[in-house]
Design a protein around this ligand. Sequence first.
Ligand SMILES: [Fe+2]
Ligand SMILES: [Fe+2]
Length: 356
Amino acid sequence: MSTLTPSIETRDHVMQRAKTENLISPRFYTTDYEAMNRLDMSPLRAEWEAMLAEYEGDNNHDHFTRDDEAFRSEIRELPPELRQEFLDFLVTSITSEYSGCVLYNEIRKKVDNPDIKRLMTYLTRDESRHANFINHSLRDYGLGVDLVNLKATKAYTYFKPKYILYATYLSEKIGYARYITIYRQLERHPDKRFHPIFKWFERWCNDEFRHGESFALMMRAQPHLLRGFNLLWVRFFLLAVYATMYVRDHTRPMLHRAMGLEPEEFDYRVFDITTEISKQVFPISLDTDSPSFRAGLSKLLACSEGFARGKARGGLMGRLAQAGHAIAGAATFVRLYLHPVKRHDLPAQIRVAPAW
Ligand SMILES: [Fe+2]
Ligand SMILES: [Fe+2]
C-alpha cells in the first residue's frame, strides 16, 4: 500500500479507517423513503415474485459459518506491506457490506410497500451475514469493527432514490465481478490463496449478483429512469463507480500481485464483466477498452496520488500541490465523462445468469 496511507495496527485505526470520508472511501447513505415506498413493481410481477422466491429459498443460509480452528490454520503470515493492504481490503469491504446493511434496513423499516419491504428484509439479512463474516476475519487479527458504533458515528450522504438505484445496482454488480474474478484466479492458483476467506467468495458473490438483479428489476419497472436526461446520471454513476474502484485498487498493488493479478489487468477484467452484465439495464456503457479512456483513468490515478503526497507534505507548498492536483483531477473526470459511450438496446429478457 502507498506509504501515504496510515497503517492499521489497532482497533482505533480500524475505526478511523472505516469512518474515513474522502472521494474513494465507502459511504453510508440515507434517502427519501416516501419515494422508495412508491416504487411500483407491478409491471414486472412474474419476474419479481420469482426473484423473491429465490431469496426465500436462501441457498446460502449455511454458507457464512466457519470452523474457527480449521479456518485459522490456513491464515498465512504475510509480509508487512501485504498485511497492511489486506487489512485495508477487509476494512473497506466490511464498510461497504455494512453500508448496504444499514441502508437496506432503514428502507425496510420506513416503507410499507410490501414488495420493497420484503426485498429489503432479504437484502439486510444477506449483507449482515457478509459484514459479520468479514468482522470474524478482522477479529482473528485482534481488530474487529464495532458496527453499532460505526452506524452511530459515521457520516451519512443523502442520495435521491434514483441515485440509490443506479449506485447500488452498480456496486452490487461490480462487487460480484470482483469476488468472482478473485475466486477464479485462486481456483487456478491455490498456492496464491494467502487467506482462507477467499474460499467463501464463490457462493458469496452469488448473493451480490442476486442483489444486483433486484435493482435491475426495480429500474426496468420504472423505465423513465433509463432514458432521456436520466442517462446523464447513469453515465455519471458508471464513471464514478469505475473510477473509484480503479484508484482504490491501485493504492493496494501488493494485494493483487500476491494473488498473481496486476491491478490494471484485474480492474479491466472486472470492468468487462460489469459492463456485460449492466447491458440488462443501462442502454449505454463506458468504452473501457479505448486507449484514450484508459489514459484518462491513469491520469486520474496520478492526480489522486499527487493530492495524497501534497496532503502528507503539509504547509503552503503541500496545500498548493493538493489544489493543483484536485483541479487537474476534476478536469480529467470531466474529460472522461465526455468520452464517447457505447449504446445498445435493452434486452426483452431482463435477468442475467451469474455465468462468470
Ligand atoms: Fe454483500
Ligand atoms: Fe449486496
